[in-house]
Design a protein around this ligand. Structure first.
Ligand SMILES: NC(=O)c1ccc[n+]([C@@H]2O[C@H](COP(=O)([O-])OP(=O)(O)OC[C@H]3O[C@@H](n4cnc5c(N)ncnc54)[C@H](OP(=O)(O)O)[C@@H]3O)[C@@H](O)[C@H]2O)c1
Length: 282
């Protein structure tokens, strides 16, 4: 039985705190990886139109025999589709690729402050339509900085249910995380193990040795205790299992603090800076 805690979002929906991410899993391999994750017990899958593998996610969920409502699925609006009409057709394509009448959570993937005349508010209002129609059970944002969230608070009706940001021991992203907490927005941490980049850190390996777990489990357990929602990616079945096995040990408050103390601020980023990122896939 899964022991993954559920987090209640500001719209009343619940989301499993631990899921499975499929960024950089090639489309032909996605269904197999997601099937393994579902067999292990994951019930939350994080994909995006940009990853090109929504179809494989839908295929694995159908093949699992699990009822659709037993699996929480997130997808994201790609950067080329921020204009409202483009967002509407992109959302249709996402539902069609997943083979589902709804997604549990739909996000604006990047704020793109230097594109579309800096107007992510119209895009957000289009996501509000998807929520009102019941086709996105919850809506949220990704890579939004404090000033982007403040602008939505002033100009939009619905507060994002989540903000999915890069967050791991080398990028604590404290300002955004605190803003989220103070405004009822759940924080999802992408690249939760910094794509493996934090696993050789001496503080983490020392704790791992002491508690008899792997470095990845220690870092993912740190996320569980911080309250962030995570979805580590792996195509290695043993790691898919390892990353799910987090609920029979606990870190001390001191260990949590030591890991948080590894923060390198902006130097710790593995991915792009959301204030500068303006990539539109060709
Ligand atoms: N919103 C956004 O802009 C955004 C950006 C990036 C990611 N994301 C989401 O966040 C998810 C997770 O982030 P991520 O994929 O960038 O990175 P991640 O989950 O931090 O790390 C994945 C990498 O770590 C390796 N790994 C996984 N488990 C391991 C373990 N137990 N021991 C050692 N190595 C391990 C994987 O290798 P193998 O696969 O070879 O096992 C892979 O190379 C993504 O899949 C995606 O859903 C969102």
């Amino acid at each position: 039985m899964s022991t993954v805690p559920n987090i209640t979002l500001n719209d009343g929906a619940t989301i499993p705190q631990l899921g499975f991410g499929v960024f950089q899993i090639p489309p032909p391999e996605t269904a197999q990886a997601v099937s393994t994750a579902l067999e292990v017990g994951y019930r939350h899958i994080d994909t995006a139109e940009m990853y090109g593998n929504e179809h494989g996610v839908g295929e694995a969920v159908r093949a699992s025999g699990l009822a659709r409502e037993k699996v929480y699925i997130t997808s994201k609006l790609n950067n080329g589709f921020h204009r409202p009409d483009d967002a509407r057709s992109a959302f249709e394509s996402t539902l069609s690729a997943l083979g589902s009448e709804y997604v549990d959570l739909f996000l604006i993937h990047w704020p793109l402050p230097s594109r579309y005349d800096g107007d992510f508010v119209s895009t957000w209002k289009t996501l509000e339509e998807f929520k009102a129609q019941g086709r996105a059970r919850s809506i949220g944002v990704s890579n939004f900085q404090v000033e982007h969230l403040q602008r939505l608070a002033q100009e939009a009706e619905v507060t994002p249910a989540v903000n999915q940001i890069e967050l791991h021991p080398y990028l604590r992203n404290g300002d955004v995380h605190v803003y989220d907490q103070e405004h009822g927005i759940a924080t999802e941490a992408w690249s939760p193990i910094a794509q493996g980049g934090v696993l050789d850190d001496p503080v983490i390996t020392e704790i791992a040795q002491r508690v008899g777990r792997t470095a990845a489990q220690v870092v993912l357990r740190w996320h569980m205790q911080l309250g962030t929602i995570v979805f580590p990616k792996s195509t290695t079945p043993s790691r898919i299992r390892e990353n799910f096995d987090l609920f029979d040990f606990e870190l001390t408050g001191e260990d949590v603090e030591r890991i948080s103390g590894l923060d390198r601020a902006d130097d710790g980023r593995t991915g792009p800076d959301p204030d500068k990122f303006d990539y539109i896939p060709g």
